[in-house]
Design a protein around this ligand. Sequence first.
Ligand SMILES: [Fe+2]
Ligand SMILES: [Fe+2]
Length: 160
Amino acid sequence: MARVNQLLDHEDYICYMEKINGLEKERRFCKHSFEHGLSVARVAYAYMLETREVILPKEVVYAAGFLHDIGRWVEYQTGEDHAEASARLALPLLEACRFSSEDIQVIVQGIREHRRHPGDNLTPLGEALALADDWARDCRHCSAQTLCYKFDDAMKQIMY
Ligand SMILES: [Fe+2]
Ligand SMILES: [Fe+2]
């Protein structure tokens, strides 16, 4: 996981996460911290291991998990959809960490798709991220259940 660890130490990744943490200090809904990225990476990889015949390399799935929301601060500041902003910001980071151009294409497309409906004919990584993004949340104990557009009883179920 050398390249993923290099990513986490990259000054731009650290800078984006600091911006997000600062902007989400008062947020009542799910935050988009390091922990969220790690949870999404783990759940997405577990899902792929159990359901896919062709498994993407672990580093590819984890890089996508950690990067899928790095553009959240852009959305807060400009209104641009964070899936697009995250994909754009992820590209130079992945290049700096020596991911191949094929892997970068897969990761960036997965990030771009992570807010779409999982049944919407997504790439395998996009589908795994879209599902993991919901399944990685602790909705059962959330104090903002009644205010959250995502919340319903199914969100309390453990899936992965
Ligand atoms: Fe997101
Ligand atoms: Fe997310």
